[in-house]
Design a protein around this ligand. Structure first.
Ligand code: GLN
Length: 454
């Protein structure tokens, strides 16, 4: 099949279902077909092309692609056109990818249900009355529904893994620094990381190959060797040590999710893995630490949206302060404002020591606890999320219950380790995700275990 044919199939699928699904904010049909033609031409002339060449994909709408809009699903950036390509966009283009459009998300990646998008909700392909998870819900739904063959999302506290779990696809958050954040609109810079959504583990390895590696333009990007991650597929997992932290199976987990995860553990055991119970007591504080650190960093990162430099500007104003106030009041949605206020509070004089500094100290304890744990296990296993996809509207007016949806995913970002969510089964027709967490830069071990499970 030619790339043009493949691209047409994807575009037709988007055309026929996305009205109902809401996964895309922008679709660039003509541009994508041009890119596809280019690939077909190269193939016809006998050129050797990379694995991803000619395959349609989509980017979460917080990643820049030159000459197209990057909205972050916000009124603030509704008409913002990016003058440059993000690091990952460049990488995908070099690999011949056909970028078909930009996917819907929670506003500025803040949310767990995709309901905070300024434009529209995304619906779960398994049940249109339910959320796809968030914040990369559009990227997850687009892959799950067959609109594209893979996509990219960003994960600050679970935004790749949780929607992957709820939509029944594979989602990987790489080690912090593995993938360039250059050109990703920053939410919480010390936690943000870009990663793939794919249909299976093999595709995940292939996409990770393409997007990994040092980028001088991101000072936190790590200078580690990029391996060929496909070499970890089809490997024996005998003797692999898998830890199950008791804290990830306690209160709050729904019974059906627990059952499916416990069954999944048997699959690893039957292949010779050694499964043991472990304890990560500091992870109990991860959610609180996350919401203080992520909001603090967000309050600083989002200060650039002042109504003057770029983005939305209020129509009438009296002076500079009035421009800031009105533009930000009108340009940001409720959840974004909540985070900015929380973060500003945590960073303000008198509260810094009590909240921000304390959160950083606990972060160090969480990091140390993971490092200690990886002396005894190769992988840590848990559910990705305590529940399956919930109903649209169910949690949107109760931020605390929404935040609980990330309880198993945020410790990973706080520590900066890699983690993957893979489909583990269905409960009442809804997907349940299994999370595997690895040591720093050991995505290979994760892929090996995930592939053995699949
Ligand atoms: N749901 C979490 C939040 O709202 C995580 C978001 C993310 O990973 N981008 O902050």
């Amino acid at each position: 099949i030619s790339s043009v044919e493949l691209t047409k199939i994807a575009l037709e699928r988007i055309n026929s279902i996305d009205d109902r699904l809401g996964a895309f904010i922008s679709v660039y049909g003509e541009q994508a077909l041009e890119a596809a033609k280019d690939v077909d031409r190269k193939i016809a002339s006998g050129e050797e092309l990379p694995d991803l060449a000619g395959i349609p994909t989509a980017l979460k709408d917080n990643m820049n692609m030159k000459g197209t809009k990057t909205t972050c699903a916000s009124r603030m950036l509704e008409n913002f056109v990016s003058p440059y390509d993000a690091g990952v966009t460049e990488r995908l283009k070099e690999n011949g990818a056909v970028i078909i459009g930009k996917t819907n998300m929670d506003e500025f990646a803040m949310g767990s249900s995709n309901e905070t998008s300024y434009f529209k909700k995304v619906r779960n392909p398994y049940d249109l009355e339910r959320v796809p998870g968030g914040s990369s819900g559009g990227s997850a739904a687009a892959v799950a529904s067959g609109e594209v063959y893979y996509s990219l999302g960003s994960d600050t506290g679970g935004s790749i893994r949780q929607p992957a779990a709820m939509c029944g696809v594979v989602g990987l958050k790489p080690t912090y620094g593995r993938v360039s954040r250059y050109g990703l609109v920053a939410f919480a810079s010390s936690l943000d990381q870009i990663g793939p959504f794919t249909k299976d583990v093999e595709d995940c390895a292939i996409v990770l190959n393409a997007i990994s590696g040092k980028d001088e333009r991101d000072s936190t990007s790590a200078d580690v060797k990029v391996e060929d991650f496909t070499k970890y597929l089809n490997r024996d997992i005998r003797g692999m040590r898998i830890g199950m932290p008791v804290e990830f199976f306690g209160e709050g987990i729904s019974e059906d999710v627990r059952k499916i995860i416990i069954d999944a553990v048997e699959v690893f055991k039957s292949q010779g893995a050694e499964v043991k119970e472990i304890s990560l007591p500091m992870s109990r504080y991860a959610l609180e630490v996350y919401y203080i650190l992520a909001s603090s960093e967000a309050s600083s990162n989002l200060a650039r949206f002042d109504g003057i430099r770029y983005g939305y500007r209020a129509e009438s104003y009296s002076d500079a302060v009035d421009i800031y106030t009105k533009s930000r009041s009108q340009g940001f949605g409720d959840e974004v404002k909540r985070r900015i206020m929380l973060g500003t509070y945590a960073l303000s004089a008198g509260y810094y020591d009590a909240y921000y500094k304390k959160a950083l100290q606990i972060r160090t304890l969480i990091i140390n606890e993971f490092k200690e744990a990886y002396k005894n296990v190769d992988i840590i296993l848990s559910p990705t999320s305590p529940t399956t996809a919930f109903k649209l509207g169910e949690k949107i007016n109760d931020p605390l219950s929404m935040y609980l949806s990330d309880i198993y995913t945020v410790p990973v970002n706080i520590a900066g380790i890699p983690a993957i969510s893979i489909p583990a089964g269905l409960s009442n027709g809804l997907p349940v995700g299994l999370q595997l967490m690895g040591n720093y830069f050991e995505e290979g071990t994760l892929l090996k275990a995930a592939h053995a499970f699949e």
